[in-house]
Design a binder for this molecule. Structure first.
Ligand SMILES: C[S@@+](CC[C@H](N)C(=O)[O-])C[C@H]1O[C@@H](n2cnc3c(N)ncnc32)[C@H](O)[C@@H]1O
Length: 283
């Protein structure tokens, strides 16, 4: 395999190298890279090559093969797309606040289990926790546990730290910001840290959705898996729906990204409302 040098002196991934990377990405993460993603992959790997002081993609492939166990995590971290934000696709949190939580309260449900699968840097599980705390404000909070998982170990570190720049929290109202975040002062000016009351509801774990089985023992009342499956092909998506079906309580809800229409593609779920699904034949 030969690494190509472009006229600008920037390393370019050859077609053969791209095919190699593409198959590894698919096997290890389920992410299906189209031909159009070559430049993106190149841009993302450049930094890793620099860190390792490796000059060519050919050399990097050798490194990946010989240090597979250690390097694969770094490699996958380079290729994931982690775009997220607080209260993203806000209708979902409105549905949670106005429909799901009032129903749980009427039923006097004492235990709520939620999974944010593909949580990226944490904005999604923190938003869920804030919505719950806000809803039950002044009343006894049920036993709430939110599991937040991602394949990318780097974004999980950011998520665990729970510290965000002002531009990341701009869509959170001032009142909520004051209640649920510490505002940084001095050298932390411009930073906002999620308060302990919010953080204590969430456990962050590395988990590859592609794994045959997951370590969780019980089902979830709610699963969020938004803007993750768009990167997967149909077979991987269908295998994942089957696993979500197994991990979702019979009266549970599956929240998908708004661009990830599941309807008509899985007989296991039926649409409840905007990109929120429930198990077929259960209601
Ligand atoms: C675009 S972010 C979505 C974040 C959040 N759910 C949202 O909608 O704002 C997609 C996340 O899925 C993760 N991901 C991709 N493939 C994965 C896999 N096989 N297992 C677990 N997480 C995966 C990525 O690392 C990334 O952080």
């Amino acid at each position: 395999m030969e690494t190509i040098q472009t006229p600008q002196g920037v390393l370019a991934i050859s077609d053969e190298e791209f095919e190699f990377f593409r198959s590894i990405v698919y096997e290890e993460s389920g992410i299906d890279l189209s031909d159009k993603k070559k430049a993106l992959l190149q841009a993302r790997l450049t930094k890793r090559l620099r860190e390792l002081r490796i000059r060519t993609y050919h050399e990097y492939i050798g490194h990946l093969k010989s240090h597979f166990h250690d390097e694969i995590e770094h490699f996958i971290n380079c290729i994931t797309t982690n775009k997220t934000e607080f209260f993203r696709e806000g209708g979902h949190f409105e549905f949670l606040r106005t429909t799901v939580l009032p129903a749980y309260e009427r039923e006097k449900r004492r235990r709520i289990r939620i999974w944010s699968a593909g949580c990226s840097t944490g904005e999604e599980p923190y938003t869920i926790a804030i919505v719950l705390l806000d809803y039950f404000d002044g009343r006894a909070l049920p036993d709430v546990k939110i599991l937040a998982t991602d394949i990318d170990s780097r974004v999980l570190e950011t998520a665990k730290a729970g510290t965000y720049k002002a531009e990341s929290v701009h869509m959170i109202g001032l009142d909520m910001l004051r209640r649920y975040f510490y505002r940084g002062t001095g050298e932390n000016q411009g930073l906002f840290k999620v308060k302990h009351d919010v953080r204590r509801l969430i456990s962050f774990r590395r988990l590859n959705l592609l794994d045959e089985s997951y370590p969780m023992k019980n089902t979830f009342d709610i699963i969020f898996c938004r803007n993750v499956i768009i990167y997967f092909d149909k077979d991987t998506q269908n295998a994942l729906f089957a696993k979500f079906h197994r991990y979702l309580a019979d009266d549970g809800y599956l929240f998908m990204g708004h661009s990830e229409a599941l309807i008509g593609r899985s007989s296991l779920f039926q649409l409840k409302t905007n990109a929120v699904y429930e198990k077929s034949g259960n209601r």
